[in-house]
Design a binder for this molecule. Structure first.
Ligand SMILES: [Zn+2]
Length: 449
């Protein structure tokens, strides 16, 4: 059998792996490449295989760098089934339509045609089949698979695949437990081959225990100054984790009641989906719900869906808290709030997401004197705070520990979904500490298993 790497190879994004047995071909993930102009070109390229010959796609989770090219795959002839957990299936609808809209807006300005449209998205969603964790599925006489909890975002999965008497494990993205809401990452006890992510393959995370106190402090400090607390946030998972923490802080009277706005149509849609799946939550969050607490409903909290409601936020007197996307200030409603609030030192800019160099969020974080937003120069005088403890990815220690559980049976470890440096660092670390053979595949590389 052969394993092909067509994305997520020496790159964080674009996850796309093809498993080829004598009888069939399946894919694991079909994600969008992100970051820069190169990514846009790669997304629009033809697939290096015939999509009509693929029997099924197994999807690890709903982040766009894992599902974003599925509509393009369908447009190019894929007619098989797409397997995902039930929350992932629901999130995919919101995420893919949102991505299509962003793409459409970008292409409108450049006059180019989008590489897929709404009807491709609708066709794609029709192919999804939602399954539960731990359910062993038989695709055909040749291939079986099972989804396990990855603890990265709600519904995220590690996928075990059995084919031709061998077992391959695809890590997807692995979480950074303990986190609010989610269950911890599951360990897999044995496999012949594993593909492990390496986003933070060269990093050890800062302590997580402090993060809630730091959040409380940022809120209190802004309230004392009578300012506005701006929190740019990723729509899936990070936003719901922050809401969970704010819910607790408000209900335990650790922070005063102030207006708290969730100003992101995508994050609002995703939050509604969270409400449907309490059985996927960890024990603490599940017990809270059982005791009658509505996690995403608490005094002062308001979701602003429409543009008119969003504009109303500026009429509300401070102190107040605004959570909006995008997480790196590269688009979305957060930019309108930045125009309004960046120039006043009474306000606070709270970073809870990783900021890629070159993004507006990173420039603000790094203390640029002025920033340009929608052709306006805005003085950057806002107070800046950052909490690193909310990372959604396992660090080097956790990745290595996760691989270690399969150590005795592993023939090879493939390091994926990381930039070259973290991937190579994790590779040497696993070789040195676990004594296992590793590969850091390049795009297009094929391995015989
Ligand atoms: Zn992810």
């Amino acid at each position: 059998m052969k394993l092909h790497f067509y994305g997520g190879a020496r790159w964080v994004t674009g996850a796309n792996y093809l498993l080829e047995t004598k009888q069939t071909k399946i894919l694991v993930d079909c994600g969008l490449f992100q970051g820069g102009r190169d990514a846009r070109k790669m997304n629009q390229k033809e697939f290096p295989y015939d999509p009509s010959k693929i029997e099924a796609v197994l999807v690890t989770h709903a982040h766009i760098d894992h599902i974003g090219r599925l509509p393009y795959l369908v447009k190019k002839g894929f007619k098989g089934k797409i397997f995902a957990t039930k929350p992932t299936k629901d999130f995919a609808r919101a995420m893919l339509f949102d991505a299509e809209e962003i793409n459409y807006e970008i292409n409108k300005t450049t006059g180019k045609e989008s590489f897929y449209n709404k009807s491709d998205v609708e066709k794609t969603l029709g192919l999804f089949q939602g399954i539960d964790y731990g359910e062993k599925m038989k695709l055909n006489d040749n291939i079986s698979f099972c989804f396990r909890d990855a603890g990265h975002v709600l519904g995220s999965a590690i996928i075990e695949v059995w084919a031709e008497k061998q077992k391959i494990v695809f890590s997807g993205d692995l979480g950074n437990p303990p986190v609010p809401i989610l269950k911890p990452t599951e360990f897999i006890k044995e496999a012949d081959y594993v593909l492990v992510e390496s986003t933070y393959g060269d990093r050890i995370h800062e302590d997580k225990k402090q993060r809630k106190d730091l959040l409380e402090d940022a809120v209190e400090n802004t309230i004392t100054r009578g300012g506005t607390l701006l929190i740019p946030s990723f729509a899936l998972e990070r936003t719901q984790e922050i809401l969970y923490e704010l819910n607790e802080l408000v209900e335990n009277h650790r922070i005063p009641h102030v207006p708290i706005f969730l100003d992101s149509p995508l994050a609002i849609k995703l939050t509604e989906i969270y409400r449907k799946y309490p059985e996927y939550f960890n024990q603490e969050a599940f017990s809270l719900i059982k005791s009658g607490d509505k996690l995403f409903e608490f005094p002062g909290f308001k979701m602003t869906r429409t543009v008119a409601e969003s504009k109303q936020i500026s009429q509300v007197n401070p102190p107040k808290i605004i959570i909006a996307g995008s997480g790196m200030s590269t688009g979305g409603r957060i930019m309108h709030h930045e125009i309004k609030y960046l120039s006043d030192s009474k306000n606070t800019f709270l970073i809870i997401c990783y900021q890629v160099p070159g993004t507006l969020g990173r420039k603000i974080l790094d203390g640029a004197e002025k920033v340009k937003i929608f052709r306006q120069e805005i003085p950057n005088k806002i107070q800046i705070r950052a909490i690193g403890g909310y990372s959604a990815h396992a660090d080097q220690k956790a990745l290595c520990y996760w691989v270690r559980q399969m150590k005795d049976s592993l023939k090879k470890v493939f390091i994926v979904q990381g930039e070259e440096k973290p991937a190579m660092t994790l590779s040497s670390h696993i070789k040195d500490h676990l004594g296992l053979p590793t590969e850091v595949p390049k795009t297009g590389q094929i391995f015989e298993l």
